[in-house]
Ligand binder design. Structure first.
Ligand SMILES: Nc1nc2c(c(=O)[nH]1)N[C@H]1C(S)=C(S)[C@@H](COP(=O)(O)O)O[C@H]1N2
Ligand SMILES: [Mo]
Length: 420
């Protein structure tokens, strides 16, 4: 085969895979020119084809390719205390909606406890007909469900209120999405019998932080789960092994890990995490409290801060949208700093309170551009611009930043965070 025949074959293959007609193949491949390379003649049968690969290793827990070792969680810049710290999901490298368990962000207020599952107990008490203690076997005897949900710390993007993070792992990395498996909380509460006066639920963790939060009983009976598994295996220690509370769409902090106690009561319990912390200071000096729901938000992950657009021509803009209120209805992308918008394609499945992937084809002409994404959820809520968010809430908040993110592509292809 001559060089040009090889080239033509590659083009047609590419065209066929994309479902394109012959007429559209050549313009597209011309636009993509420079994005691939022809094999050097000596490489036609590379060394790894000439020898056997390594055998199956037993017993083993599989590892990803060593060439992907750079894809890791990183600590929040400047947070040095690793006991009370957090680590960030590398969203810039995530493919698809599920965050691999080893890359799910972590937020621990007193480190990761080591809990033998046979010694773990869940106590349900307070305004119930009969206080009960459950072992893990007791919990897992109940009918279980599996659902895909995002989990976002309400401190995600907190830096953007005032400063700017350099890359998406810093600006949006307190976000992950898993398949969670567990028992509907409603079943466990019904087993204990709910006193009609009960309106709130206290959830407490077994870690040294004894993390406690008040949860409205309506939420507990709606879609809350007592989760024991994640992405097809038992929970990771960092995610709350052996048992965690999952409140789909609610701020990360309320999703109590290492869950050991549920107490029903008439009033919220006014714990430290809902009085001193996890409130939002408004410009008039009052504070928003019990801001549970994570409102619609989105971000472009490729291209994003710190990355480089390699050449002009075709670029697929890729990102994620999510809402704590339900499904994503629409996602608009702007390449001109918000002057004009186009609807992006949503990748199925589009699930409630779950990451939704989106993509938008873009022809980069080499001129500076500001890329933005704007999510709309099924309730009609529209993700606000940064300036609209600041106008509504001031700049003294720490939690619940969901403003539109802007990435500026410079003419040399470098991408940086800008507050447009
Ligand atoms: N018991 C307990 N639960 C906890 C925490 C904690 O420190 N202790 N951190 C909370 C916070 S602030 C967040 S954002 C989420 C983080 O969950 P992850 O570490 O599984 O990502 O767990 C929440 N549940
Ligand atoms: Mo958090």
């Amino acid at each position: 085969m001559s060089q040009s025949e090889v080239k033509r074959g590659r083009r047609l293959l590419f065209g066929r895979a994309l479902g394109l007609t012959a007429a559209s193949v050549f313009p597209l491949s011309a636009r993509l020119a420079g994005s691939g390379s022809e094999p050097a003649s000596g490489d036609l049968v590379p060394p790894w084809t000439k020898t056997q690969g390594h055998p199956i290793l037993t017993p083993a827990y599989g590892e990803r390719s060593k060439y992907e070792a750079a894809v890791v969680r990183v600590p929040i810049p400047g947070r040095v205390n690793t006991l009370t710290a957090a680590s960030l999901t590398p969203l810039q490298d995530q493919r698809g909606i599920v965050t691999p368990s080893g890359l799910v962000f972590e937020r621990h207020h007193a480190g990761v406890p080591d809990i033998p599952p046979e010694r773990h107990r869940l106590l349900v008490h307070g305004l119930v007909e009969r206080p009960l203690t459950f072992t893990m076997d007791d919990v897992m005897r109940f009918p279980s469900v599996s659902r895909f949900h995002f989990l976002e710390c309400s401190g995600n993007s907190a830096g953007e209120w005032k400063r700017m993070g350099s890359d998406i792992q810093v600006t949006h990395g307190l976000l992950s999405c898993c398949e969670w498996t567990g028992v509907p909380l409603a079943l466990i509460l019904q087993e204990a019998g709910i006193d009609p006066r009960a309106k709130w639920l206290l959830a407490e963790g077994a870690d040294a932080a004894a993390m406690t939060r008040s949860v409205p009983l309506d939420k507990a009976l709606d879609d809350a789960l007592l989760v024991y598994a994640q992405n097809g295996e038992m929970l990771r220690p960092e995610q709350g092994y052996p048992l965690r509370l999952l409140l789909p769409g609610f701020e990360g902090n309320m999703n109590i890990k290492w869950l050991r106690r549920l107490k029903l009561g008439e009033q919220p319990f006014m714990t430290r995490e809902e009085t001193s912390k996890y409130t939002d200071l408004m410009p008039d000096g009052t504070a928003r409290q019990f801001t549970f729901v994570m409102e619609a938000k989105s971000v472009i992950v490729r291209p994003s801060g710190g990355q480089t657009v390699r050449s002009r021509g075709f670029v697929e803009i890729q990102g994620y949208a999510w809402s704590g209120r339900g499904r994503i209805l629409r996602l608009d992308v702007s390449v001109d700093g918000g002057r004009t918008w186009r609807a992006a394609q949503l990748q199925e499945p589009v699930l409630s309170k779950c990451l939704t992937a989106f993509r938008m084809p873009w022809q980069w002409d080499g001129e500076p551009a500001v890329l933005q994404s704007r999510a709309v959820d099924e309730t009609g809520y529209v993700q606000p611009s940064r300036s609209a968010l600041l106008a509504a809430r001031g700049s003294e908040s720490y939690y619940h930043y969901n403003g539109i993110q802007s990435w500026r592509v410079a003419s040399d292809g470098s991408v940086e965070n800008v507050h447009a």
